[in-house]
Design a protein around this ligand. Sequence first.
Ligand code: IPM
Ligand code: MG
Length: 357
Amino acid sequence: MEFNIALLKGDGIGPEIVESAAAVLKKIAVKFGHKFNFTPYLIGGCAIDAAGKPLPQETVDGCLASDSVLLGAVGGPKWDDQPGENRPEKALLGIRSALGLYTNLRPASLFPALRDASPLKDEIIGDGFDIMIVRELTGGIYFGDRGYREGKYGSEAYDTEAYSVTEIERIGRVAFDTAMKRSKRLTSVDKANVLESSRLWRKTMHALAEEYPEVEYGDMFVDNAAMQLVRNPRQFDVIVTSNMFGDILSDEASQITGSIGMLASASLGASSRGMYEPIHGSAPDIAGQNKANPIATILSGAMMLRYSFGLSAEANAIEAAVNKVLSDGWRTADLLGGGKGTPITCTEMTEKILEAI
Ligand code: IPM
Ligand code: MG
């Protein structure tokens, strides 16, 4: 089969990890007899430098014309003083919205070889965990009304969390359907004891739960969920939550898998076109040093094959190769967590995975 893939390398370690993942996809294409055409577009700080804005129209058009998008990461200290509207991060929210990608799947599971990299005790890890975080991606406080106004203590800044029944229902359906395909357990995370938007979220989820009697459904407050993730991650299967809570909880969930450098994500909407990106950021502190862990981006490439192209055997081949390389003991610096052992570089890790495929 032939597919056109837009590459949004972005900033910091973005170019290194996207090139690694593209190399892996090319290898898969050769091995399985497909053709993947890659076209790079600018996004984030590099787009500000080259075109004066973080999300050029050409990038949006290029992504819309492609079958799927692979993204690295955006942002860095160089652009921290940009006004809110022109920040690199705004481009990421903008492209998600422009492509209608309201669902963000963030799988957090433990590769057995990485048990020692997890900060959790052996008895908490047990026989491992496998959590799917379903994060709402185009609504809530990241997209709500914001600005400055006069308040009780003078000038103040504000952001607004707003969710409609329609938005909650559509992400809720994805979550219930996902749960049906897994172990049929779903936890909806909110802050319904305080937030009105969360009370609507909960009410809407409860109505949906009636349609899915086979799914064992539960609500959890976000503060409790943050605690439960490290106390007993094995209680979770699918978690559905809002944009901001999902952003925060997925970083937490990633660390218990060993490193934030491991977590892939798929952003999906109504069409088969998705955007695939690691959940981590641009790591400007290690950019250009060949130290980054490319695995989250490589696994995001596997998710692209599975979710957008329907190529499960190919996706499995990537995941098996990552598993083999980790089982053989190869580690990038983040996976050693300051512990013993010699780290390999981003390119070496990529080579090992290519060999294993
Ligand atoms: C993520 C990131 C982004 C987000 C930032 C960079 C805008 O943290 O993908 O988790 O908040 O979604
Ligand atoms: Mg995040």
